[in-house]
Design a protein around this ligand. Structure first.
Ligand SMILES: [Zn+2]
Length: 119
């Protein structure tokens, strides 16, 4: 009795399943207007949890849609404040106050290099 653990085949299958799940969940997030706010929030939470569990890194575009602080969906027309400063896209989550900085800016090349080092 009991589940077999540590089998390579099972591990691989689990990874495939996670990838599939994340992929499907991403489809929901890229079309926020087709879904309810509640679904979007739980979707982003699931994506985040699933990617952490399976160590799958998310697409850059998906990362922009999920708050780092409270794991809610960052809806462009709600709960967020979007500003452009120094060529950077600054998105503030109004629920928890987390600030997301994206792209451009005077130190863009430095940020990019740092990101590569962290990977
Ligand atoms: Zn937040």
């Amino acid at each position: 009795m009991g589940r077999k653990r540590g089998s390579k085949k099972v591990k691989k299958m689990r990874l495939e399943n996670s990838k599939f799940a994340i992929n499907e969940l991403q489809k929901i997030l890229v079309e926020p207007h087709n879904h309810s706010e509640q679904l979007l929030n739980s979707t982003s939470l699931h994506i985040r949890k699933q990617s952490m569990k399976s160590k799958i890194s998310l697409d850059k575009s998906t990362k922009l849609l999920i708050c780092k602080g409270c794991f809610r969906a960052l809806l462009p027309y709600k709960d967020t404040r979007v500003r452009v400063r120094d060529g950077m896209l600054i998105t503030t989550c109004l629920k928890c106050g987390t600030i997301h900085r994206n792209g451009g800016g005077p130190k863009f090349h430095k940020i990019k290099r740092k990101e590569q080092l962290e990977k």
